[in-house]
Design a protein around this ligand. Structure first.
Ligand code: B12
Length: 484
């Protein structure tokens, strides 16, 4: 069967810092190929709508599977479905991915009959049985939801070692980058997270399970990658220090030299600084720490299971490693000017890259159930953690002025004189190698850090309305787990 997999375009506010390969979709595509299907993959982060239309017309897929990880992409994906339905009415259309797994009924309703099914959970275990069932009914396939109801619960992949992303199906790979790690490929060493932060849906998706890829398999997969830089997409890198050490052994054994970026928790770093020091020797260049809040009270409200002292201690440990340290703080829409000022002062005084994201309840998170009744907008596109979707204490336009000023100050801090010199050197090197992603990013700041634009985004016409959650007191987190 001819199958086309499609990844939607980027969100406007993340586009400037990075653009990464659709790793999950590549894994699903590879599974389909192993089953003998003829497979194509189109990533709309690096291709345009015209390419999609051309592929539909020329390849004429019998099935089209779209990836939907980010809630802000919902309207775009619905548009892509409508277009495919119009051009190829007999083609089987399905959607899978992180956010799709939490809102299958809503997606089917929005698509008004154009969408044949939603696949919940990890796509690798469902794709074979799904395509094999066609053109018959698919309701018996685990994880599948159709207009007629749900099939058996989604199944976790039993053996992560047998997965292999179909990187050869993504062209224009030089367009994938992460700041100065340009070009950059993605890998995974593990899946899932054993913690249960209230603002995150990753642990709900995987049911708090943490699964490892065998060290030798992880290293082999790294060895096959051509790009010099690697984004490790794990929800929580090196949660198991022994596993991290074993991968390091295998990487060393094979003489693999890459530059790495990882995201992890502060307690992880504090538990095994020697592991991170070893990875720095192996090429770890940048580490993202989910600090999230500066006060005990806020950390508790997010169930972060850490403390301000631990956060500051971990930052000190990370800085000693001599790598770039980035951290995130969650902005509460309740913040006033004084609170923004205090955060600006703190962030300007530390050497790390400080990101601000806005507290956003989206389906799958615990705060969706506790705060979702208070949403001020039901426009999917605004759920990108750069817009306020809960009531703000400041008038909305002033909230954005504070937020965007703070973000711009923190970004230009890193593009101050000495940083700019370093950036120029890096940019020069990249340009010499023909890599323009990072340099283009430097010029996009003014369009992204624009308070008026973010405010005006609230007044766009809305085609699809996000349904609010049921009243509180209903579901327990365990009942919301995607996998059975
Ligand atoms: C790595 C990562 C990123 C990377 C990008 C990864 C990439 N290559 O695309 C970066 C850093 C760019 C990123 C950015 C953002 N991220 Co992010 N990210 C993740 C993270 C930690 C892992 C994703 C991943 O690669 N997993 C590994 C792969 C193998 O799994 P997968 O992509 O989920 O794919 C599997 C299934 O979903 C499914 N599947 C996927 N597509 C399809 C398609 C079909 C047809 C089928 C059948 C199945 C299927 O099968 C796949 C294989 O099992 C997740 C957390 C999580 N565990 O999901 C958050 C997560 C997805 N991100 C999140 C957020 C909020 C963001 C940002 C908005 C943050 C920001 N403002 O900067 C941006 C927006 C990015 C954008 N679209 O432009 C939220 C999503 C919230 C939401 N519901 O919308 C998550 C869930 C984290 C959280 N805190 O809750 N992210």
């Amino acid at each position: 069967m001819k199958v086309l997999f499609v990844n939607p375009g980027p969100l406007p506010h993340s586009e400037i810092f990075l653009r990464l390969e659709p790793l999950g979709l590549e894994c699903v595509a590879e599974e389909a190929r192993r089953e003998g299907h003829e497979v194509r993959l189109l990533d709309l982060q690096v291709y345009g709508r015209g390419d999609y239309e051309r592929l539909l017309a020329q390849f004429r897929p019998e099935a089209v599977g779209l990836s939907l990880n980010y809630i802000a992409n919902v309207p775009e994906v619905l548009g892509l479905i409508a277009l495919a339905k119009e051009r190829l009415p007999a083609t089987f259309l399905f959607v899978g991915g992180h956010i799709a797994s939490f809102i299958p009924a809503e997606l089917l309703a929005h698509a008004g009959g154009a969408l044949d099914c939603v696949v919940r959970g990890e796509g690798e275990s469902a794709i074979g049985p799904l395509l094999a069932a066609l053109p018959g009914p698919v309701t018996g396939v685990p994880g599948v939801v159709t207009g007629a109801g749900s099939g058996p619960p989604a199944r976790l992949v039993e053996d992560l070692d047998r997965l292999a992303p179909a990187r050869d199906l993504t062209s224009r790979r030089r367009r994938y980058f992460m700041g100065q790690l340009d070009p950059c490929a993605s890998v995974e060493f593990s899946r899932g997270c054993p913690y249960d932060c209230a603002f995150c849906s990753a642990w709900v998706f995987y049911g708090r399970r943490y699964r490892r890829i065998s060290p030798a398999v992880a290293a082999e997969s790294l060895a096959r990658i051509r790009e010099p830089s690697i984004f490790v997409v794990d929800d929580i890198a090196f949660a198991d220090p022994a596993h991290g050490m074993a991968i390091a052994d295998e990487v060393e054994k094979r003489g693999i030299r890459k530059r790495f970026y990882v995201e992890t928790r502060v307690d992880n770093l504090l538990r095994s600084p020697e592991l991170f020091a070893r990875w720095c020797r192996l090429g770890l260049r940048c580490m993202f720490l989910g600090v999230e809040a500066l006060t005990e009270e806020d950390l508790k409200s997010f169930r972060k299971r850490t403390s301000p002292e631990k956060n500051f201690e971990a930052l000190a440990v990370a800085r000693k490693l001599g790598i770039s340290v980035a951290l995130n703080l969650i902005v509460d829409p309740e913040w006033d000017e004084g609170r923004f000022r205090a955060v600006r002062t703190w962030a300007e005084g530390v050497p790390d890259i400080v990101h601000l994201s806005v507290k956003t309840p989206y389906p799958g998170t615990e705060i969706w159930n506790t705060d979702g009744q208070r949403l001020t907008t039901r426009d999917y596109r605004l759920f990108d953690i750069q817009h306020a979707v809960l009531p703000t204490r400041l008038p909305l336009d002033r909230f954005y002025r504070e937020l965007v000023t703070t973000q711009a100050v923190l970004s230009t801090k890193h593009l101050g004189f000495s940083a700019l010199r370093k950036a120029a050197l890096a940019a020069g090197g990249l340009l010499l190698r023909g890599q323009t992603n990072f340099v283009r990013m430097l010029w996009k700041f003014n369009t992204v850090y624009n308070a008026e634009r973010r405010y005006q985004d609230h007044f766009q016409d809305i085609q699809y309305f996000l349904a609010p959650p049921p009243p509180p007191g209903g579901e327990r987190a365990g009942n919301l787990y995607v996998h059975g």
